[in-house]
Design a protein around this ligand. Structure first.
Ligand SMILES: Cc1ncc(COP(=O)(O)O)c(C=O)c1O
Length: 398
C-alpha cells in the first residue's frame, strides 16, 4: 500500500518539513538544562493544584469528569477575562475561547485563516512551534528581522510597499510575540506597537499577538497590541503554561465574537474539561496579579545571574540583549556553528537550543543560541555559563 498517495498535497508538503520537536535534543543525566523553556520546578504550584483537585472533586464529585459538566469551565473564562480587564484589555464573554494551550490557539487561528495560497508574516527568529504550525498550512511565509526593539516595522513597511507596487499578494496575518519574545527576549517598543497597528489598518492584515510571557515583566508591563487595537484586527493569545503549569495546557484566544465563533467551529470539544475545572478551582484561591509579581521577582534574580555570568565568563565578540522579562536570552557567537557545538557543550555538561530552529531559513541562525534562565537553579546557571564559555572560547579559537 502506498500510504503517501492518500495524503493531500498540503499534507505531503507539511510532512517534508523538519519533524516537529527536532529542536528538543536529548539531554544527558546531570547536564545543566539551559535549553528548557519550562517553569522552574519549585515554581510549579503542585501543592495548590492538588488542593484544588481535591476541593473540586469533593464539591462536584463526578461532574468535572464528564465531557461537559463543571460550572467551573465557564468560571475559568470569567477569571481569564477579569485578568485581561486588569491588564487594560476590555473583552466580553463571547470574545474569548479557552483552548488546550496557546499552541492549539495558534493552530486554530491558522486553520481558519490560512490556506496554501495565503501569505503570513513572522518575526525572524521566532517561536519554532508556531513556525511548524504555519508551515503545515502554507509555504508563503515572509520573515521580518528582529532587533533590540523587537520586530523591525520599517522593514515590514518596506516589504508591504514593495509588494503593493509589484502587485504581489499581501499577507493576511502577521504573527508576533511582542513581549519578551521567544527566543530573543526582546520587547517591541511602544512606538513600533503603534506603527504595527497602523500598518495593519493600512495594508489590511490581521495580527496574532502571542503573549505567552506577557505576565513576566521585570519592570512595567508593556501595553499589549490588543489594548491598542480599535478595529478588532488582533487575535490575542494567552497561556497559563509559563505562570502556572504547562502540563495543564490552558490557553485562550481573545478576538472579535465572529472570529471566536469560527474558531469554535473547529475547536469543538477538543479540549480538557477536567484541566479547565481544576485550573478554575486553583484560581479561586490564587490571585494571578500577585502570582505574576512573585514569579517575576524569582525569574529576574535568575536573569541577572545569567546576564552577569555572561559578562564575566564569555569571550570577547559574543553578544546578547538584556531581557526585561520572560524566560530567555539570545546569544550571538559570531563565526561559530552552534548546532555543531551542541554535542561538545552537552559533553562538557550544559545544554542550549541552537539558533537554527527559530529561523525559517535555518542557515540564518547558525551563529545564535537560546539560553533559558527559567528552569535551572541559580547555581546551575552560573556553572552552566562558565562551562559554556569555555566551549565557546575553544570554538572561537579553533
Ligand atoms: C511564544 C510561545 N507561545 C506559546 C507557547 C506555548 O504555550 P502553551 O503551552 O500554552 O501551548 C510557548 C511555549 O514555549 C511560547 O514560547
Amino acid at each position: 500500500m502506498k500510504r503517501e498517495a492518500y495524503f493531500p498535497e498540503v499534507v505531503k508538503q507539511a510532512l517534508s518539513n523538519i519533524p516537529p520537536g527536532s529542536w528538543m535534543s536529548a539531554v544527558p543525566e546531570g547536564c545543566i538544562r539551559l535549553n528548557s523553556g519550562y517553569p522552574a520546578a519549585n515554581l510549579v504550584p503542585s501543592t495548590e493544584l492538588k488542593e484544588a483537585t481535591d476541593r473540586l472533586l469533593t464539591e462536584e464529585q463526578d461532574l468535572p469528569l464528564h465531557y461537559i459538566g463543571s460550572p467551573r469551565i465557564d468560571q475559568l473564562k470569567t477569571q481569564l477575562i477579569e485578568r485581561m480587564n486588569e491588564r487594560k484589555m476590555e473583552v466580553q464573554e463571547d470574545e474569548v475561547l479557552v483552548t488546550s494551550g496557546a499552541c492549539q490557539a495558534i493552530d486554530l487561528i491558522a486553520r481558519i485563516l490560512l490556506d496554501e495560497n495565503a501569505f503570513i508574516i513572522v518575526e525572524s527568529p521566532t517561536y519554532m512551534e508556531a513556525l511548524e504550525i504555519f508551515q503545515n498550512y502554507t509555504k508563503n511565509i515572509i520573515t521580518i528581522p528582529i532587533d533590540a526593539d523587537g520586530l523591525d516595522t520599517k522593514q515590514l513597511e518596506g516589504i508591504l510597499i514593495e509588494r503593493t507596487k509589484k502587485e504581489e499578494p499581501l499577507p493576511k496575518l502577521l504573527y508576533t510575540i511582542p513581549t519578551f519574545q521567544n527566543p530573543t527576549g526582546t520587547t517591541l517598543s511602544f512606538a513600533r506597537r503603534e506603527k504595527l497597528i497602523k500598518l495593519a489598518k493600512e495594508y489590511d492584515f490581521l495580527i496574532l499577538e502571542d503573549d505567552a510571557y506577557g505576565e513576566l515583566a521585570f519592570g512595567e508591563s508593556p501595553t499589549t497590541l490588543k489594548s491598542l487595537d480599535e478595529e478588532d484586527r488582533v487575535f490575542y493569545v494567552g497561556s497559563l503554561s509559563k505562570i502556572v503549569a504547562p502540563g495543564m495546557r490552558i490557553g485562550w484566544i481573545a478576538a472579535h465574537s465572529e472570529w471566536i465563533e469560527a474558531l469554535f467551529w473547529f475547536k469543538k470539544d477538543l479540549e480538557h474539561p477536567f484541566a479547565q475545572s481544576v485550573m478554575s478551582a486553583y484560581l479561586e484561591k490564587v490571585n494571578l496579579a500577585h502570582r505574576s509579581v512573585l514569579l517575576t521577582e524569582k525569574y529576574e534574580e535568575k536573569a541577572v545571574i545569567l546576564y552577569e555570568a555572561l559578562i564575566h565568563f564569555m569571550p570577547e565578540g559574543v553578544k546578547w540583549y538584556r531581557p526585561e522579562g520572560g524566560y530567555f536570552m539570545w546569544i550571538e557567537v559570531p563565526g561559530v556553528d552552534t548546532t555543531a557545538m551542541l554535542a561538545k557543550a552537552k559533553k562538557a555538561g550544559v545544554a542550549y537550543v541552537p539558533g537554527q530552529y527559530f529561523f525559517l531559513h535555518q542557515d540564518e541562525g547558525k551563529s545564535f543560541l537560546r539560553l533559558s534562565f527559567s528552569y535551572a537553579s541559580k547555581e546551575e546557571i552560573k556553572k552552566g555559563i562558565e562551562i559554556l564559555s569555555h566551549v565557546v572560547a575553544e570554538e572561537i579559537n579553533k
